[in-house]
Ligand binder design. Sequence first.
Ligand code: CMC
Length: 383
Amino acid sequence: MAEEFDTDKYPHINQGLAGIVAFSTTKSFIDGQKGELIYAGYTIETLAENASFEEVCFLLWNDRLPNQQELDDLTRKLQQSRSLPEPVLNYIRDTSDTAEPMSVLRTAVSMLADSHEVDTDKAKVFRINKAISITAKMPTIIAAFDRIRNGKDIIEPLDSKSTAFNFLYMLNGEEPGEQAEKTMDLCLILHAEHGMNASTFTGRAICSTEADMFSAVTGSIGALKGPLHGGANQAVMNMLLEIEDKGDDPVEYIKERLAGKEKVMGFGHRVYKTMDPRARLLRKESKRLSKETGHEELYNWSEAILETMKSEKDIDPNVDFFSATVYYSMGIKPDLYTCIFAASRVSGWTGHYIEQAENNRLVRPRALYTGEKNLDWVPVEDR
Ligand code: CMC
């Protein structure tokens, strides 16, 4: 028998669902006090050092690492699934050049549903194949839109190459070097999964209605877009570029923002009370890359901002802070950063979808009603 809550008797609400445990999961674990992140048993440091994005996808969909044959099989399936259906290509060609890339990604992913079978098969393998198909196509969508809006031809993916390689290749029209591929692969690994964040929660809520995976991923992309979630990385870069444009002192810039009660993007987290371990890993990458590509000043400003946020507010950076300068040093435009986040996080979203679908109960919380009751009807001419 389902429990019933009387909102008169249970008036407590948790703003932003803070501290509420809504699901159990085997996908990831976060220790916010220690700054630890684990994907299905493996620390993020272990994965960053040893894994490929493809292995992380397998891990998040199967809760274990693949053997060589399984990895080869997944890699081949991803490679075979990268090309986009013609209607999606037409949409990307026809949509406005000034459209927001995250909006284009959201619409294109939603359109992918039309070229897939309706979910009748409840077998896990069927769901994993759908996850492979969406994960394979998201980098192609992002790269295709960026090329079209810049008046360039869309580039077909190359066979026998990784997700990271193909994304950079389709984006830039030239094969990336080993180091660039490795850095992109690291970024994809670090963004793949992160507990019950807003976009994953959204996807699980959609899944819980027994809606299809495309609907869930489309909803998750919408949730990720906001600046309090995945949109923060783009906002961080815009902030650094604004400091550069205006010739501002970064420390003064941050102090002014804080004095005006404004938030500084790329800082703070609902769960971490210390530095996000992904920020620690990206910090090193940002330092190396910024130096190599002549953007050392941006990195130095980032460090100055970090120190100021720590001393003024005792707030640490999150994943979005240093990823911004990493992508910028790779020559990627700021409005694509959140799309890259999505192209990685889709592995976690779909892992959660599979998990939710296998042990589902409709997500249906309650709201505390604070409006009037039993008002008398007033005819429109008397209002
Ligand atoms: N800059 C300035 N003050 C901040 C910041 C920040 N980035 N983050 C938190 N605070 C302050 C906030 O003003 C509040 O102060 P007070 O108690 O004096 O009003 C206090 O810290 C608690 O903040 P909150 O917004 O109530 O905390 P939350 O758990 O609801 O929000 C957050 C978490 C991530 C939305 C918030 O830290 C934030 O807005 N950060 C900036 C956006 C950002 O970087 N988002 C990316 C999050 S990590 C990647 C992801 O999951 O997408």
